[in-house]
Design a protein around this ligand. Structure first.
Ligand SMILES: [Zn+2]
Length: 389
């Protein structure tokens, strides 16, 4: 979702990255806590050092919250792409949807549960510290406890994409057996809540004259647009129905062996086709990378003569290598997370490439189904009832 993240490392095998905008958040936390501490205990370097430690502790709490989602997701068979921290907190990037309503509920509830737990731990630590006479540290720990509880409460608002929205989705899903209806209910909640926060923030800013309203407005806007995107996606998933990748893919696609040199590629009949991007395959015919004309163009002439296709092509993300029997709606859900997607490589049970779905194919399929047309023009004989009208 967010590009240009700096990797922080791995915890429990889960990749954690940070977007530059998270620096603003840590700065804001430090300023908030430092302001409160220096107000109460006088401005000293010690107070600001404690504030920096407290802000880092809160940042760590955000990581723990996301890790809880990710670890429980993995335990429920959902693969995790990684965690990204940014301006408005953390995002766990999950590769698939939860297999059932119970798993959906567990994954969603894990985050707020972790925050409540951390709140309790920090509260206990604050109490111990206060008894021991460390008032400054006790105040910072108390602030950490309060912020974790605020985090848990805010995230539990029943509005997608907040955790509470996911919990609502899981509950409606279990009750109705209809995942799509559940998604729609949760996303509508998100729109209402986002709109409400926007209005509340605007009122705080304009009526009371408090600049903190800007923060609420930002949160509200984010929530509203994210909920809108989820609503669109839910409709899309509904329309794609039971379509599978093989129903829309271009079968037996033109491929480029990774072992080829660029010169070999440029002189081959493959380069004379009308395609813009090419799947790159290994010696066993498994898709490993994507080569586009712009990748080749980016190379200086001198390097172009000696480079191999494998060295120039961009690795294919594992999420964009899917079984040709996979439901297209699940692929679309993943593809929206990747704005620069070139193609999805479809593979058979042996891992060999069987087809490709380009981003243009995906868009066209979505638009055609929205218009009630068959998912793709009947260029090839249609052997399934869904494909014709
Ligand atoms: Zn969460």
């Amino acid at each position: 979702m967010l590009k240009a993240t700096v990797p922080l490392g791995r915890v429990a095998g889960i990749r954690i990255g940070v977007h530059w905008s998270a620096l603003i958040t840590v700065g804001l936390f430090t300023w908030m806590l430092g302001g409160a501490l220096t107000h109460a205990y006088g401005g000293s370097i010690g107070a600001w050092l404690v504030a920096v430690a407290g802000a880092s502790g809160l940042f760590g709490s955000l990581v723990a919250h996301e890790l809880a989602h990710s670890v429980i997701a993995r335990r429920n068979g959902v693969q995790v792409e990684g965690i990204v921290l940014w301006l408005l907190g953390g995002v766990s990037e999950l590769r698939d949807e939860a297999p059932d309503a119970g798993a959906d509920l567990r994954i969603a509830a894990a985050g707020p549960a972790m925050s409540v737990g951390l709140g309790a731990v920090f509260f206990a630590a604050a109490a111990v510290s206060a008894v021991a006479g460390g008032e400054l540290v006790a105040s910072a720990l108390g602030w950490l406890a309060a912020m974790n509880i605020v985090l848990a409460v805010f995230n539990s608002i029943p509005a997608a994409p907040l955790d509470g929205g996911r919990i609502l989705r899981a509950v409606v899903w279990r009750a109705s057996g209809d995942r799509l209806r559940a998604e729609t209910v949760a996303a509508r909640g998100g729109r209402w809540c986002g709109g409400g926060l926007l209005a509340l923030g605007a009122a705080e800013l304009l009526v009371i004259g408090n600049a903190g309203g800007l923060w609420l407005m930002l949160l509200g806007w984010f929530l509203f647009s994210a909920a809108n995107a989820e609503l669109t996606l839910a409709g899309l998933r509904h329309r794609l129905g039971d379509l599978r990748v093989r129903d829309v893919m271009t079968a037996d696609p033109v491929t480029v062996p990774a072992a080829w040199s660029l010169v070999e590629f440029l002189n081959s009949p493959v380069a004379d086709t009308s395609h813009r991007v090419f799947p790159v395959v290994d010696a066993d015919g498994r898709p490993v990378a994507v080569l586009s004309w712009s990748d080749v163009l980016r190379l200086p002439d001198t390097t172009r003569a000696s480079a191999s296709v494998g060295a120039v092509a961009r690795p294919l993300p594992t999420t964009m290598r899917v079984g040709d029997e996979v439901l297209l709606r699940d692929v679309v859900a993943r593809a929206v997370l990747r704005p620069n997607l070139d193609l999805v490589a479809a593979v058979g049970p042996d891992g060999r490439i069987t087809g490709v779905v380009t981003s243009t194919d995906l868009t066209a399929t979505c638009q055609r189904t929205a218009l009630g047309l068959s998912p793709r023009p009947a260029r090839t004989p249609v052997d399934h009832s869904k494909g014709s009208r």
